[in-house]
Ligand binder design. Structure first.
Ligand SMILES: [Zn+2]
Length: 453
């Protein structure tokens, strides 16, 4: 039985070029050809033809860093210093059972799909010493139809709640068990994610890098989100956090660091030399008051940059077009130069560079890549006038223009409605789960700016 389909929008955006009268041929979950529609229709006469008039097809965006469960905290801990924010996180997140983790993930993934995110790297650490909670988040991705890269966090920091912590041996064994459990699922993969230089010991970081080498995947780690981490590594080891990772022998071509706001120039250069990556989270870094990563230094050093929304309680939006716009406008402002970073630069960070950060064929409309496609309504005013579609997508796109989303060749959102999940039911489930939280907040500390309200 042939599963071939030819998607025929008005315009296909492929490798940054909008092409009229082109189409995309899909077989199962993958793109098999992109080209002029007449020639594709001739080439695949048995394929189902799906017309999408008035639509622009573009690659789905890659959210390279998020924490799905934190979406439940949105609005609860905003406008506070980071340590207060984290205290509230540590109060509520360990209480989530598997059902809670599932609901949170479904909620976060729903919002992402609506904003055109087709792949998310979910940096997940509510393990409770096993993999049942991990599997609950994974089930949510399967049920809603988003592509999930499960960044299984490895954390042995004594300050963190016990629900987050594992020994090195436990973390490795549980990661292996999870990888075995999901093997063969084309839409879910797992990669190791030692939490950070402050949240993971040297042995844990080494174990994460080793697992990634064994699996042939990238590995992710938070590095230098805020100044305190570098202050601590300098005091304890006499060097910055990434230099410390290098001293462990773990600075390899598979490393993808999240944030990287507070690194020395030499650390940035070293990351570029090994072929590593930066997951830039501009919205979160601003929202939590952490600063602005020196993106142009990373690019000059040859570092591959991708973008992350971070969580629904650290941003608080879950849309990668917002991050593209922020990434570009921040660098323009910092450099006093409107040409410092272009729409094309940040669009690549949000799409094609996704391959580097996930190890998957995602982020391009090209043969051999996954059929993860977003359709945008060309009639939407936010895309007019149409002098330059790419710039409009990055700088002026309104989310309401995102109408239809394909993941793995399957429609998961159609005409602005999720196909597999009822959003109203979802909102009720989220409300039921979180309704008592506000009343059980700790009393505000004296330095809390909200304490006077
Ligand atoms: Zn994070």
């Amino acid at each position: 039985m042939s599963m071939k389909m030819i998607l025929v929008p008005e315009i296909v955006l492929t490798d940054l070029v909008p092409r009229r009268a082109w189409a995309i041929a899909i077989d199962g979950g993958k793109i098999i050809a992109v080209g002029p529609r007449e020639s594709l229709i001739q080439e695949y006469p048995d394929a189902e033809i799906r017309e999408e008039p008035g639509m622009l097809a573009l690659p789905g965006t890659i959210n390279a860093h998020s924490h799905s469960f934190q979406s439940l905290m949105r609005g609860l801990s905003d406008d506070q210093p980071f340590t207060n924010w984290r205290r509230i996180l540590y109060q509520f997140m360990p209480q989530l059972d598997e059902e809670g983790v599932y609901t949170a993930a479904l909620f976060a993934f729903a919002e992402m799909l609506r904003g055109g995110i087709t792949t998310v790297c979910d940096f997940f650490y509510l393990h409770h010493g096993g993999i049942a909670h991990d599997l609950a988040a994974i089930q949510a991705a399967r049920d809603i139809g988003i592509r999930l890269v499960f960044a299984r966090t490895m954390m042995d920091w004594s300050v963190a709640p016990s629900a987050f912590r594992e020994t090195v041996d436990q973390a490795v064994a549980n990661s292996q068990a999870l990888a075995a459990k999901i093997q063969g699922d084309p839409c879910v993969t797992v990669l190791p994610a030692p939490h950070s230089p402050h949240g993971a010991s040297g042995a844990m970081i080494r174990a994460g890098a080793r697992l990634a080498a064994e699996w042939g995947t990238p590995w992710h780690i938070h590095v230098a989100e805020a100044p305190y981490e570098g202050e601590e590594t300098r005091r304890r080891y006499g060097c910055g956090p990434l230099a410390w990772i290098a001293s462990l022998g773990a600075l390899d071509e598979r490393i993808r660091i999240v944030h990287g706001v507070w690194l020395e120039d030499q650390e940035i250069a070293a990351l570029g030399q090994v072929g590593g990556g930066l997951i830039h989270c501009p919205g979160s870094n601003l929202f939590l008051g952490d600063g602005i990563a020196p993106l142009r230094k990373y690019l000059q050093a040859g570092v591959t940059v991708t973008l992350g929304c971070d969580s629904g309680a650290a941003n608080n939006r879950l849309c990668l077009f917002d991050e593209m716009r922020l990434a570009a406008t921040l660098q323009k402002g910092l450099a006093n130069d409107g040409g410092a970073l272009t729409a094309a630069d940040v669009f690549q960070m949000g799409t094609a560079n996704g391959e580097h950060v996930t190890g998957l064929r995602v982020g391009r409309l090209a043969p051999g890549y996954f059929a993860d496609i977003v359709l945008v309504n060309l009639h939407d005013l936010s895309l007019h006038p149409s002098h330059n579609l790419l710039r409009n997508l990055v700088y002026s796109l309104n989310h309401r223009a995102i109408t239809t989303v394909y993941v793995h060749g399957k429609v998961v959102m159609r005409d602005g409605q999720l196909v597999q999940v009822n959003e109203r039911d979802l909102a009720s489930r989220v409300a039921a789960l979180t309704t008592s939280w506000e009343a059980s907040l700790p009393p505000p500390s004296p330095d809390d700016p909200n304490s006077t309200s």
